[in-house]
Design a protein around this ligand. Structure first.
Ligand code: ARG
Ligand code: ZN
Length: 893
């Protein structure tokens, strides 16, 4: 055999270089024999030349595989017939149709990347998306190669009583030496990234679902025995998702069995492998005493997301990884609508928008900015981003809103029908929408291929004599790495006009009032040009514009609202989202005042903010979850996005000052509300109960800002007597986050009691880790280092890494952004050291942790310089993974 030269430089892959594969794999037969310390994988690939591609060379992907046998049509290949590189195996078959057989040896126990086949606690499991299958066997590991899979797994019967793979079980039985096997066949052709295999000692919860056509589907959730009691919520969520997808999209499930397996060591949330979803335990397990309300909602959302992929992702998949948002953006849109239907629509919208504006906008303004359909990448794992997922979902949402529910449904029906069993592109998705509606989506394409967040600047003018009101809308999108000058976007701007007595009817210049619907106070303006004016007729008074209702497009809105305008929107707008937004803008104005006052300066809270809150406290009909969000000050990341130069400590201080001032101004209302909501009611995880707890606990966090002894007692009592994790950890959080000395002392005691109580519940211990990592009190670096030494810490478990290192670097401004005396000290140096250690083990996680450092250019000089020097040091590392290399080098470019 020939050994090819290793390619040292990290390669960039370009969308424009896309070519179909030279071969197809009609059938894939695998035999995976698991032994302690080593696993043998035998593969039989029935292959066929793709006649539309010239050249007969076959390049198979493979990484870290020890090749033991190779044969074509039963004839072993002599060594001069193939070339083996570090990540490809090349050969030139002599016929157009043949069976390629290989046998390789792998070591799942040594696989710390958690990609491919690896071991997690009591089980062997796989993660193949995006390019993990090549760590299992030689293959054409690309999503446009779809194959019929048969998988026979064998292992020791006592160590691995459960043997699973995709599709339906066709055979199982005993073997010699205490071993057994199971053979699974998946009747649906799929790309290798959807392959899964699980072998281990697992218990299961069973249920079933009858589909709309009357087919009975077995539902099984596999967990460690100790977690059997925590599967009910995931099971209920699964059944609701199956029903919702039938009702909302006409999508029926297509196998006899649907399985979910919970795994403790997992790089992300979950994975939609055909018929065998694999989940991070944090996204399946839920029980009231160990899981917060947010945790319950996350389980529901992720179960739905993975289930919905069965159609949007599996039946219709991606041609190449540049199309990732085709399945992820669409599926996030689907799960978001599902959650909205299960709970409160406006609340869900506020949550999604906050996530987008706090984190995706920052990504779009940084060195890793990319369009939702990127045109190049080095390491695809780095592109599972908020842009691909969340912004991708916003783009689908705009299409759905432009079409309206009936046409959108026609569009998705056409898309699923036309492309069932195919690997397609985002253009195919948009084409289906254009075909059913006759709409021109050509300009809309810019959302797919231009990065950056458009800034929508709006100015207005009222002509009293002509009774005309004009909105002039301009769009500008800052340069991003892939493109400096942007073409204008097609932006749906939903709006209304607020008058003294209520909302005004909207008549545009070319419209006749009589032709318009009776309730004509809400409108979508389609902005398509760089600057564009909209003139409204018969406007009886100068209105306050209600703009970007429901956040109708992922843009930054710039309109010069006065605080009185904002108060008018809060009090009079019919749109819940815009009301929330107006409160947030009033908060931003107060935070800006506090920043202008400077660190030692006198800051006086503008009285309009507490006045608005007082009137909201008095509104009995206001949704409590909405009010809880209105009471929550904008996140530091969102505030940072509004600054031309970020001073993280100044942001933190200003936000704290506003919080203290509000706590003082609203003390009476906060305490009264807290007490009213504290009366004991039985725990339930429905939307109304969740809303109630969230409002109560927001009040508590204000009250704990400078608590009286009596308030501190209230908080301790809540902590000690809580019957659910939401209330328990909210009280603990309020103590830990308070800058008050007595509260901090109480927090120390409570934290150690909490650990003693929950030390056997890994997911609770993770929350405990994360909370301490976020503790803003001085000395955070010492504390976070102590956490890394704690008996419960595990440096190979991503959830623990995210809780401690992610929690500290992403949620502890005073300590993470402390610069230290020398470059080796301070939060940035801490992060760089951690990344260096992790990168060798698990590059995907290491690359994710880099995020805060990538934003260095946006910070004030002292911070910026310190971050940059850590990135430069990382770049010097001889063995930096491609994952980290891409992020570090692009950040410094
Ligand atoms: N497809 C999975 C999901 O969205 C996530 C896979 C993430 N893969 C990765 N390499 N980060 O449900
Ligand atoms: Zn997904």
């Amino acid at each position: 055999m020939n050994i090819a030269e290793p390619t040292s430089a990290v390669q960039t892959v370009y969308l424009n270089d896309y070519q179909q594969p030279a071969y197809w794999i009609d059938k894939t037969e695998l035999e995976v024999d698991i032994y302690s310390g080593e696993t043998f994988v035998r593969s039989r690939l029935t292959m066929r030349k793709n006649s539309s591609i010239e050249g007969a060379q076959l390049d198979l992907h493979g990484e870290g595989l020890e090749l033991l046998e190779i044969a074509i049509d039963g004839e072993p290949l002599s060594e001069e017939r193939y070339v083996q590189g570090p990540s490809v195996l090349s050969l030139t078959p002599e016929t157009e149709k043949f069976v390629l057989e290989t046998k390789v040896r792998i070591e799942p126990e040594q696989n710390t990347s958690l990609e491919g086949l690896y071991r997690s606690r009591t089980m062997y499991c796989t993660q193949c998306e995006a390019e993990g299958f090549r760590k299992i066997t030689y293959y054409l590991d690309r999503p446009d190669v779809m194959s019929d899979f048969t998988t026979r797994v064998s292992a020791d019967k006592s160590r691995c009583p459960v043997l699973l793979s995709n599709g339906n079980l066709v055979e199982a039985g005993s073997l010699d030496n205490g071993r057994h096997f199971a053979t699974w066949h998946d009747p649906h052709k799929k790309p290798a990234y959807l392959f899964a295999l699980v072998a281990g000692d697992l218990a299961k919860v069973e249920d079933s679902f009858t589909t709309c056509s009357g087919k009975q589907v077995a539902l099984e959730i596999f967990v460690e025995e100790k977690d059997l009691g925590k599967c009910d919520h995931a099971m209920q969520s699964l059944k609701k998702s199956m029903q919702w997808d039938e009702q909302t999209y006409g999508r029926e499930y297509d196998l006899d069995i649907f399985m979910i397996v919970a795994v403790d060591d997992f790089n992300m949330g979950a994975m939609e492998n055909k018929g065998l979803n694999i989940f991070n335990t944090s996204c399946v397990l839920a029980s009231p005493t160990t899981t917060t309300d947010a945790g319950f909602q996350r389980v529901e959302g992720v179960v739905a997301h993975e289930y919905f992929h069965n159609w949007s992702g599996n039946r219709v998949t991606c041609r190449d990884w540049f199309q990732l948002s085709l399945k992820e953006g669409f599926t996030v849109y689907r799960d978001s609508e599902f959650s909205a239907d299960m709970g409160s629509r406006t609340v869900k919208r506020v949550e999604d928008v906050s996530l987008l504006r706090t984190h995706q906008f920052a990504e779009d303004a940084g060195p890793m900015a990319h369009p939702i359909r990127p045109s190049s990448y080095m390491e695809i794992s780095n592109f599972y981003t908020l842009t691909i997922y969340e912004k991708g979902a916003e783009v689908v949402r705009m299409i759905a809103n432009l079409l309206g529910p009936e046409l959108f449904r026609k569009g998705t029906d056409l898309y699923f029908e036309r492309h069932d069993g195919q690997a397609v592109t985002t253009e195919d998705f948009v084409r289906a929408m254009a075909d059913v509606s006759g709409r021109d989506f050509s300009q809309f394409d810019n959302w797919y291929n231009q990065a950056g967040t458009p800034e929508l600047t709006i100015v207005d003018a009222y002509d009293e004599n002509a009774r005309e009101y004009t909105l002039t809308v301009s769009q500008y999108t800052p340069a991003t790495p892939e493109c400096a000058v942007k073409k204008p976007f097609h932006i749906p701007l939903r709006m209304g006009l607020i008058g003294e007595a209520g909302e005004l009817a909207l008549t545009l210049a070319d419209e006749i009032a009589e032709d318009l619907p009776e309730d004509n106070t809400d409108r979508v303006l389609e902005v398509t040009q760089t600057t564009q004016s909209f003139v409204f007729h018969n406007v009886p008074e100068k209105p306050v514009p209600s703009l970007l209702r429901n956040f109708s497009a992922p843009v930054k809105l710039k309109y010069d609202y006065s605080r009185d305008d904002l108060c008018a929107i809060v009090m009079r707008d019919s749109n819940g989202f815009t009301r929330y937004e107006a409160v947030q803008s009033l908060c931003m104005a107060a935070i800006n005042d506090a920043m202008a006052a400077g660190e030692g300066g006198r800051f006086v809270l503008d009285e309009r903010l507490p006045r608005v809150y007082r009137s909201l406290f008095a509104q009995a009909e206001l949704d409590q979850a909405m009010f809880a969000y209105m009471l929550t000050l904008p996140a530091e990341g969102y505030i940072a996005e509004q600054q031309s130069e970020i001073d993280p400590q100044a942001i933190y201080q200003a936000r704290s000052k506003v919080k203290s001032a509000l706590a003082q101004a609203l003390a009476g209302e906060l305490e009264q509300t807290y007490r009213a909501l504290s009366v004991d009611v039985e725990y339930s995880a429905d939307a109304e109960s969740i809303a109630r707890r969230s409002l109560k606990n927001v009040c508590l966090s204000y009250l704990m800002d400078q608590p009286s002894d009596a308030t501190l007692e209230l908080c301790k009592t809540q902590f000690e007597t809580a019957t659910n994790m939401t209330d328990e950890i909210a009280a603990l959080t309020a103590m830990v986050m308070s800058e008050n000395a007595k509260a901090q002392a109480a927090a120390a005691v409570a934290l150690s009691d909490f650990y003693v109580k929950w030390r056997d519940e890994a997911l609770v211990v993770n929350q405990w880790f994360a909370l301490q990592a976020r503790n803003p009190a001085a000395g955070g670096l010492k504390r976070v280092n102590d956490l890394l030494q704690h008996e419960a810490y595990d440096s190979s478990n991503p959830n623990k890494i995210r809780a401690v290192i992610g929690g500290f670097c992403g949620g502890n401004t005073p300590n993470f952004h402390s610069l230290g005396e020398t470059p080796e000290q301070g939060g940035y140096a801490f992060l760089a050291q951690q990344i260096q250690q992790l990168d060798a083990k698990n590059p995907q996680i290491a690359a994710r942790l880099l995020t805060p450092l990538t934003r260095w250019r946006r910070y004030a000089p002292a911070y910026s310089q310190a971050m940059r020097s850590q990135l430069e040091a990382l770049l010097e590392m001889p063995s930096l993974s491609p994952d980290c290399y891409e992020v570090v080098s692009k950040s410094l470019a």
